[in-house]
Design a protein around this ligand. Structure first.
Ligand code: ATR
Length: 276
């Protein structure tokens, strides 16, 4: 039986094994996907050594906090990983470890499903971590030419200018000044509002008088409707959570590992939306 893993530091609430094992059984693939918690980068190194030796390992997914650390153990990186400098998917091929990023594809496809056009829109991204970078790269691939980025630590937002130089314009915004302009689209990539801190929100719509956005997106999927999305919905704004992104990024990873085509997200979304 072939093996796949999700590696990260804390995986107790991860639903990735559920999603991947459903896809594998749907396509009659003799493989199992399991979580593996790694305490530190020393354990990450040991994991990579194990992967290289074990012929049954096809690949693995990476989550917080190893999406950047994993790159030093990989032999080749895709074009998008070279820019984002973070990978969430690795495939073992001819003894080599190839790094990919399917997060941005998941984000882009979920936005396309909502028929959201990002071209010439004023867009605010909240956060500047790995999730923000995947989001900004996805926006670029959808035709955005400029993205405003507000982050609690301003320097991190500013550093994205260099990350995305020659690709699109990043305008860093101080965290306390995020209410000053009207945005058409606001996207949360921070962890604020995630279970168990479900009362907190990275953006206060009550105090936002600059103007009503047309669309608000939260990458969080637990809970499915964060305080951030609830408030936006009350204002009549179109909203979307991170569940579809999660499902799409998983589908893209399966395509990389097993060349699966024609995999619709719908059967997974139906189950996941019912089992919150
Ligand atoms: P990920 O890979 O999921 O993006 P990360 O790199 O740890 O994870 O980034 C988390 C993001 O959430 C960061 O932008 C972080 O802001 P800082 O750069 O200032 O740390 C943001 N974040 C986390 N907790 C926050 C809070 N209480 N208020 C505002 N932003 C927060």
């Amino acid at each position: 039986m072939k093996k796949l893993f999700l590696i990260g530091k804390s995986l107790k609430h991860s639903i990735s094994p559920f999603i991947h094992n459903r896809i594998l059984s749907e396509f009659d693939i003799d493989a199992i996907y399991s979580n593996l918690e790694l305490l530190d980068t020393e354990k990450l190194k040991e994991f990579v050594e194990m992967v290289r030796k074990d012929e049954d390992v096809v690949g693995f997914n990476i989550t917080i906090p190893y999406k950047e650390d994993i790159l030093k153990f990989c032999d080749e990186v895709s074009e998008d990983v070279r820019i984002i400098k973070a990978a969430n998917t690795v495939k073992k091929e001819n003894e080599k470890l190839l790094a990919y990023n399917t997060d941005w594809i998941g984000f882009k496809r979920s936005l396309e499903d909502m028929e959201v056009d990002v071209k010439d829109k004023k867009i605010l991204v909240l956060g500047s971590g790995g999730a923000a970078k995947a989001c900004i790269y996805g926006l670029y691939r959808m035709g955005a030419e400029e993205v405003f980025v507000a982050n609690r630590t301003y320097e991190k937002a500013e550093s994205l200018k260099e990350t995305f130089q020659n690709i699109l314009k990043i305008v860093p915004v101080e965290w306390i000044r995020r209410y000053e302009f009207k945005y058409d689209i606001i996207i949360n990539t921070t962890s604020v509002g995630m279970f168990p801190n479900i009362e907190s929100s990275p953006f206060d719509f009550e105090n936002y008088v600059a103007g009503i956005p047309v669309f608000v997106y939260d990458m969080i999927y637990n809970p499915l409707k964060t305080a951030f999305l609830k408030e936006a919905e009350k204002k009549g704004i179109k909203i979307e959570n991170g569940l579809k992104m999660l499902v799409y990024q998983a589908i893209e990873a399966e395509k990389i590992w097993f060349d699966i085509v024609n995999l619709s997200p719908n059967f997974l979304l139906e189950i996941l939306n019912d089992t919150e």
